[in-house]
Design a binder for this molecule. Structure first.
Ligand code: SF4
Length: 615
């Protein structure tokens, strides 16, 4: 029986069958392509379908004659068990083709807790988990995405991993693979040709040396430098191609307004690895919003970036959009706001602002701590912003904080609770007495994971027991009335820390955890640290030591063979400045602060106008 028919027969037995059916509006099926890629997101359809990077790659490949891209996601546990029972292999949505029959399987690496899902994808597809066990008849398994900046825990499972922005390199990879295949090259020679493409890391060509670093074999470069797009305007993003049949996490048109962020928060990996800042032009943004809405029929558009109100033309963009969309019922949202009154004003101008609540990230309770992490925001600014917001009609605000920060003391943590009390009092003072009951402050607290390619990369993560103790310290000073306190689970942060900070030794543990049933670890109801602790122990790995290890200035780091362009010298200098509590300015507001990314990559900061320099 045809695979499509067999899939359809099991759909009535699983929850949300719309996850597994094809022909959504905007999806592409190219029957004439001679080289076929399937793009996989290692989580459910509704999470993966919202991913903008995959949408870009999908559009880029499908726009090239002779090449096609389809999609696949990880079946939820009910579906995977039906598929195993009925011997249905993992298939693509567009043509219900077994994933193992594609030329390339491209898997995005969005988050450390999706690692077991990657093995689930490969296993359901019938592809050997380890690259070393694959032969010429297997597809090439290629990774890419945020977690590629420390690829080592996953290295043995991938034939190649792309570092950096995918727009250009994705075409280099598919062309190189097509040429190698057509020339009849062996798998090994194919991998060697891929290793010559800038930004492509072929793990099998690197060996762990005695110092904890990696040694490259010819023709692989000793350091793989990320790919970067110099002119975002030259790459028109997809007109938000696909409209799903079911609710997905971001059910709206997403338009990227700029890439990169040079605010320089020292904990933030995205702020370092996506440098330099490249703004898109106001005309292009407005054009893409209107085209996306017309194509999809969505009634919401989100202007995305790491800090949207930093865009030098954001006022113009917002004004033009509100004029064009007036009376259409379409709302505009700015998902990432700075703690400043200007951001609140911008959010107020777009229609979704008041209803959705406001989200601000002071990150720490004391000025000393905010200086350590380079969060250039003062308490006065926060209070002014809150005053402005509640005066403008908001009744709810969400505040993000972090604990486990370098040099943090109990007094710093207690001050988070005191700061929230002051925010609450200020918010209540701005509303009429009979409305004060509706004032809510949601406080969300996460634990620092010192990530690769940040100034904190040399520092170990605070231990699990210590995080739990610090959470209690915070709880004791947090006001209860009017405040909803939520934690990022300490055990989850711990596992993130192990995966973010470890090397190749973790691959065996990931495989052992998957074999013991770990799947969808990012889903609270599925996460079980005990399974992981057993897996670490069977692989001979001490997870506390991996996450908690601190490094010296000259020690080899597990990700030293990967470069995001920001120099090690700059990161170390930023670590020293953190320890002195000295802040560093944003180069798009002042002068170059010497991270070396522009010179190193030959790509300049691109601004459409002058940025506002206020915090
Ligand atoms: S090299 Fe200078 S201008 Fe370029 S991103 Fe780094 S700090 Fe900014």
């Amino acid at each position: 029986m045809a695979l499509r028919r067999r899939v359809e027969r099991v759909l009535s037995r699983v929850e949300r069958p719309a996850r597994y059916i094809d022909s959504e509006w905007g999806s592409v099926r190219d029957r004439d392509a001679t080289h076929r890629t399937v793009l996989a997101y290692p989580d459910t359809y509704e999470i993966g379908q919202s991913n903008q990077a995959l949408a870009i790659l999908y559009a880029r490949i499908n726009a090239k004659t002779g090449f096609s891209a389809e999609r696949t996601y990880v079946p939820w546990v009910d579906m995977s068990s039906e598929m195993r029972g009925e011997k249905i292999p993992l298939f693509s949505l567009e043509s219900v083709t077994p994933v193992a029959e594609f030329d390339i399987v491209g898997i995005t690496l969005p988050y450390e807790l999706t690692y077991t899902n990657i093995l689930e994808l490969l296993d359901l597809a019938g592809i050997p988990l380890r690259a070393s066990d694959r032969t010429d008849r297997h597809p090439l398994v290629v990774g890419g995405g945020p977690c590629a900046y420390n690829p080592e825990p996953l290295a043995p499972f991938f034939d190649a991993i792309v570092i950096g922005e995918g727009e250009d390199v994705v075409l280099d990879v598919v062309r190189s693979h097509r040429d190698a295949r057509d020339a009849g090259l062996s798998r090994q020679d194919t991998l060697a040709s891929l290793a010559r493409i800038p930004g492509v890391y072929v793990p099998s060509l690197y060996e762990v040396d005695g110092e904890g670093g990696l040694r490259a074999a010819d023709p692989a470069p000793s350091v793989v430098v990320k790919r970067v797009v110099s002119d975002l305007g030259a790459h028109s993003p997809p007109v938000c191609g696909i409209v799903p049949f079911m609710d997905v996490v971001h059910d709206r048109v997403g338009v990227e307004v700029f890439r990169g962020c040079t605010r320089g928060c020292r904990f933030c990996q995205a702020g370092m690895v996506y440098r330099p800042v490249r703004e898109r032009r106001a005309d292009d943004i407005v054009r893409d919003v209107m085209a996306g809405l017309a194509h999809t029929g969505y009634d919401e558009v989100s202007l995305t970036s790491l800090s949207t109100t930093d865009h030098s033309q954001i006022e113009e963009v917002v004004r033009r959009l509100t004029n064009r969309l007036d009376g259409t019922g379409v709302s505009v949202s700015l998902p990432s706001l700075r703690v400043d009154a200007f951001s609140v004003e911008m959010a107020r101008l777009v229609s979704a602002g008041r209803t959705s609540g406001l989200t601000l990230a002071p990150e720490a309770g004391t000025q000393r701590m905010r200086d350590v992490i380079n969060k250039n925001v003062t308490e006065d600014e926060l209070i002014t912003t809150i005053t402005h917001a509640f005066k403008s009609g908001w009744r709810r605000v969400k505040l993000y904080f972090m604990i486990g920060l370098p040099t943090e003391t109990d007094a710093d943590i207690e001050e988070i609770g005191h700061l929230v009390s002051r925010v609450l009092a200020c918010a209540r003072a701005e509303v009429k007495p009979d409305e004060r009951g509706s004032v809510r402050i949601a406080v969300s607290v996460s634990t620092l994971v010192p990530k690769a390619h940040t100034p904190f990369q040399w520092l170990g993560q605070v231990s699990l027991d210590e995080v739990r103790r610090r959470q209690q310290v915070l709880r004791s000073t947090m006001p209860r009335k009017g405040v909803d306190l939520a934690w990022h689970d300490a055990e989850v942060s711990f596992l993130e820390g192990v995966m973010a900070r470890g090397g190749r030794e973790l691959a065996d543990a990931i495989e052992a955890a998957w074999r013991a049933g770990a799947r969808f670890d990012a889903w609270t109801e599925r996460f079980d640290l005990r399974v992981w602790l057993d897996a670490f122990s069977s692989a001979g790995v001490d997870p506390e030591a991996v996450a908690g290890r601190s490094y010296g200035a000259h020690d080899a780091l597990p990700w030293d063979h990967i470069s995001c362009g920001v120099s090690r010298t700059y990161l170390w200098r930023e670590l020293e400045r953190a320890q002195r509590g000295a802040s560093t300015e944003d180069c798009t507001f002042s002068v170059c602060t010497g991270c070396d990314v522009c010179t190193g990559l030959g790509v300049d900061t691109v601004l459409g106008g002058d940025r506002r320099g206020t915090g």
